[in-house]
Write a protein that binds this ligand. Structure first.
Ligand code: ZN
Ligand code: ZN
Length: 177
């Protein structure tokens, strides 16, 4: 994977306590998300961060924001939503202590690709709905119940209809292919 965002450390190198602030625009690749749905980022996204020389390494504190598109969990229609999250990461030139969480860097540049992708993976909601009360798809005929009303029996239906339905499914092969 090509680096998504890198920070040049030369200005604060060898200066413990020194800090730089950086902001920029980034381009994110589409991801395969929960439920085998495509998570499409509406690029560019915004990133802003501060990098502090903490002597042993560099502390990064930042914010990531942008918009994305994904299918609604219930009706599968494309939904546009906004994302915004803070992130923090420690970068060290050597392996961290066992109880420490840090990333390793080399040279005079920090590669924030892993930090950015982790922030998305951890903070992106697993479920997205087009409407808080999205009615989803009819389990029988597949109609989008937000837009259409079908006559299929839903839960609590008349048992006589269930028989009819069963008969229809046996005859017609049903909807599960
Ligand atoms: Zn929906
Ligand atoms: Zn239906």
């Amino acid at each position: 994977m090509e680096p998504i965002f890198q920070v040049d450390l030369t200005a604060i190198k060898d200066l413990p306590g020194a800090r730089i602030e950086v902001q920029g625009q980034i381009t994110l690749p589409s991801l395969n998300w929960e439920g085998n749905r495509l998570l499409e980022f509406i690029n560019p996204w915004q990133i802003s961060l501060a990098v502090t020389n903490v002597k042993r390494g560099y502390q990064v504190d930042g914010k990531l924001s942008g918009s994305y598109r994904i299918n609604c969990d219930r009706c599968l229609e494309k939904v546009k939503a906004d994302f915004s999250s803070d992130f923090n990461d420690l970068f060290l030139p050597e392996a961290p202590l066992p109880e420490e969480e840090a990333k390793i860097f080399t040279g005079d540049e920090l590669d924030l690709t892993a930090t950015i992708m982790e922030t998305i993976n951890l903070q992106m909601p697993l479920k997205t709905l087009c409407l808080p009360n999205c009615r989803g798809l009819c389990p029988v005929c597949g109609s989008n119940l937000n837009h259409e009303t079908c006559l299929c029996p839903q839960e609590d239906f008349d048992p006589r209809l269930a028989v009819l339905l069963k008969w229809k499914q046996e005859k017609g092969g049903g909807n599960d292919g």
